[in-house]
Ligand binder design. Structure first.
Ligand code: 5RP
Length: 236
């Protein structure tokens, strides 16, 4: 089912973030994803809290998101304190017609996946250009790996059809380190990912792979912002 509505907003990501904030009800325990689209959602949520007095508790998926929530006055809890979440709001790098996702552009895929799996409902918010027919065609697939033996792990990842697994680096040229102390391999596929479910299963079997940025059966609703300020809502 697809519905469209007008949102008074200058950018597609902001439009999606504002629309997602409308799904929040007072008293909810929220899972809070990571990234620039989620940042717009948090701004819109904080505005609703101030104007309407709604109260929520958020479980953040990254240090960045926790810091932003603290700035905005959004109450936080850990997943240990709140193991069941009413609603999870997160971004994505790619979404396919089966509502499968590539995530991890911000490096938070491990906590994002754990939080999504704890969610009763998961809403994915995206700007334009992220819906794809085949995953892995517009974005590299992030795979979080242990630093121990990461070059050996990379060899095994490469065997699975990934022609180029790059070790993600910081601007300073050092390996990017996730909030969990791990590295990220960004994996390029020549013609995209032919069988996402199989690849997910195969990558997950490699010793040293901590998490794969393929999210399967973890998304109930997609809200996509468009350049004209409208949002399109896709219900799974
Ligand atoms: C972080 C993610 C983000 O949700 C994803 O990269 C989308 O980010 P943005 O909203 O900035 O486009 O998976 O690990």
């Amino acid at each position: 089912m697809i519905t469209a509505q007008m949102v008074d907003s200058p950018s597609p990501k902001q439009a999606a973030g504002i629309a997602a904030a409308e799904h929040v009800k007072t008293g909810m325990i929220l899972g809070l994803g990571t990234g620039s689209t989620v940042a717009f959602f948090l701004d819109a949520l904080a505005e609703r809290m101030a104007k309407e007095g709604i109260e929520v508790i958020g479980v953040p998926t990254s240090v960045d998101t926790a810091d932003k929530c603290k700035e905005l006055g959004i109450s936080l809890a850990t997943l240990e304190e709140q193991p069941v979440l009413d609603l999870v709001i997160d971004g994505a790098d790619e979404v396919d017609p089966e509502f499968r996702l590539v995530k991890g552009g911000g490096g938070a895929l491990l906590r994002e996946k754990i939080v999504a799996a704890a969610g009763t409902k998961v809403i994915i918010i995206i700007g334009s250009g992220k819906r794809v027919d085949r995953l892995g065609t517009t974005f590299l697939l992030p795979v979080e790996v242990l630093p121990f033996g990461y070059l050996s792990i990379r060899e095994n990842v490469a065997q699975l059809g990934c022609c180029k697994p790059y070790v993600r680096n910081t601007e300073a040229g050092e390996p990017f380190i996730t909030d969990n102390g791990n590295y990220i391999l960004d994996c390029q596929f020549e013609n995209g990912i032919a069988d996402a479910n199989q690849l997910h299963a195969d990558l997950s079997q490699i010793p040293g792979v901590v998490e794969v940025g393929l999210f399967i059966n973890l998304c109930h609703l997609v809200i996509e912002g468009a350049d004209d300020g409208k949002v399109v809502t896709l219900q799974r």
